[in-house]
Design a binder for this molecule. Structure first.
Ligand code: CMP
Length: 136
């Protein structure tokens, strides 16, 4: 079943979209509920999905070290899809969580057709993409 416009409109990633655009996004996303400790991306592995956290929290780790935490409204998994490289980090839920999930090809369609979404994703990649050596 499609995810409702009301739920999508509450997420910062989609906040600039019109009701028609939100309806389109709602057709593409699927819902996933996870328990605490679910690894959603694995550093160095291939990655085909993009995630938006609706409820719950997760930690981002590189080389076994937590480098950031994510919460409601945050998204992750964009880097492997955009760059066609391996996952840059391991993301693990630190609470039960509800996620919206997009397959890579659909993620690319949204990025192409919805400039406001693409801009937020590009900004996040720029902020997250710094080499670990410079960030520490
Ligand atoms: P990807 O490389 O596909 O899979 C791991 C994800 O972790 C990555 O996409 C980003 O979405 C996310 N990520 C990587 N580095 C950071 C960071 N410094 N802060 C927050 N999220 C990050």
């Amino acid at each position: 079943m499609a995810v409702s416009v009301e739920r999508l409109a509450g997420l910062p990633l989609f906040s600039a979209l019109s009701p028609d655009e939100l309806t389109e996004v709602g057709r593409y996303v699927t819902e996933r509920h996870c328990d605490t400790g679910t690894r959603l991306t694995v550093e160095g592995a291939s990655g085909y999905f993009f995630f938006v956290i609706e409820n719950g929290d997760a930690e981002v780790a590189q080389n076994g070290r937590v480098i950031n935490t994510l919460g409601p409204g945050d998204f992750f998994g964009e880097m492997a899809i955009v760059s066609a490289e391996r996952r840059s980090a391991t993301v693990t839920t630190t609470s039960a969580a509800d996620l919206l999930v997009l397959f890579g090809t659909e993620f690319r369609v949204l990025e192409r057709e919805l400039p406001s979404v693409a801009a937020k994703i590009t900004k996040a990649i720029a902020e997250r993409g710094r080499p670990a050596a410079q960030a520490s």
